[in-house]
Design a binder for this molecule. Structure first.
Ligand code: AMP
Length: 285
């Protein structure tokens, strides 16, 4: 354990569990925000809510290898512990849990957890094994940090639904809170991956949120046909020469079932590559 700007950093499972056991014995509520670091205002917004809801706030920073595919950006993912600690210090985070990969996946590790149906569409289709890695690491982190409350962003909407389902299905006594997407002033959803974008690609990336706004507008005007709505969105993307689109879909906002006719509460979700950077965004109708 080390102290850093008054924030305790715990890097191993046993110490984190012992600390959480102690906090719980004192009757204090542990709130938790899991992250992969490279923190931005989106992450901080979750931490502020978690701080308010609990008595003891734990933030984890762990770039989880099992949720990255072989050709994805695990190695180049931004790691900046010092910058991250500076950012969380203004929130009043009590502990940063910062384990190393071998601590979470010791040799011989072979147990995984999967939410079978919800993980299939959208990102699950384009990132095989991604959600299995997410649910496995989140369950591990829950067993290490022992939170009463955990806060996640709607930015990763499918992930939020999957985690809520896992918590329900496995009878975990953890309240899951989902928080809205934090955006730049021009609409771009904050993401650690935005840092990869060149100046030109940053401008093109705006088309993601613009296509969602266009679909919302057409829906409000009375067009309910999901094929039409998606087509309007794709036109906006193509205008910015975004053609490498994994998906732009309208699905039920709870079950993720696909829809012919859109209704209020449906999810509009998009994943596309701008240059080499894969970005996601979504909105609810
Ligand atoms: P990550 O570090 O990308 O794994 O994200 C950690 C948490 O922050 C997840 O619950 C994300 O959904 C959430 N998050 C990421 N970006 C945003 C954003 N722009 N607004 C709100 N939450 C976000």
């Amino acid at each position: 354990m080390t102290e850093n700007i008054n924030i305790k950093i715990v890097d191993n499972v046993k110490d984190m569990q012992a600390l959480s056991n102690r906090i719980k014995k004192e009757g204090r509520i542990i709130s938790f925000v899991p992250t992969m670091g490279a923190l931005h205002e989106g992450h901080l917004s979750l931490m502020r809510v978690a701080k308010e809801k609990g008595d003891f706030l734990v933030v984890s920073i762990f770039v989880n290898p099992t949720q990255f595919g072989p050709n994805e950006d695990f190695n180049k993912y931004t790691r900046d512990l010092k910058g991250d600690i500076e950012k969380v210090s203004e929130i009043g985070v009590d502990v940063v849990f910062f384990p190393d990969v071998n601590e979470i996946y010791p040799e011989g590790f072979e147990t995984y957890v999967e939410v079978q149906e919800l993980q299939k569409p959208l990102c699950g289709q384009f990132r095989p094994g991604h959600f299995k890695g997410v649910t496995t690491v989140v369950l591990k982190l829950f067993n290490i940090v022992k939170p009463d409350i955990a806060v996640f962003g709607e930015k990763d909407y499918q992930q939020l639904l999957i985690i809520k389902k896992m918590v329900r299905d496995l009878h975990l006594e953890i309240e899951i809170i989902g928080m809205p997407i934090i955006r730049e002033e021009d609409g771009l959803a904050l993401s650690s991956r935005n840092a990869y974008l060149s100046h030109e690609d940053r401008a093109r990336a705006l088309a993601l949120s613009q296509s969602l706004r266009e679909i919302e507008k057409r829906f409000k005007e009375g067009n309910k046909n999901t094929n039409d709505l998606v087509q309007y969105g794709i036109e906006i993307l193509n205008k910015s020469s975004i053609t490498d689109i994994d998906y732009l879909e309208i699905r039920n906002g709870h079950t993720l079932e696909s829809k012919k006719e859109a209704q209020p509460g449906d999810l509009v979700a998009i994943a596309a590559r701008i240059g080499n950077t894969r970005l996601i965004d979504n909105t609810k109708l």
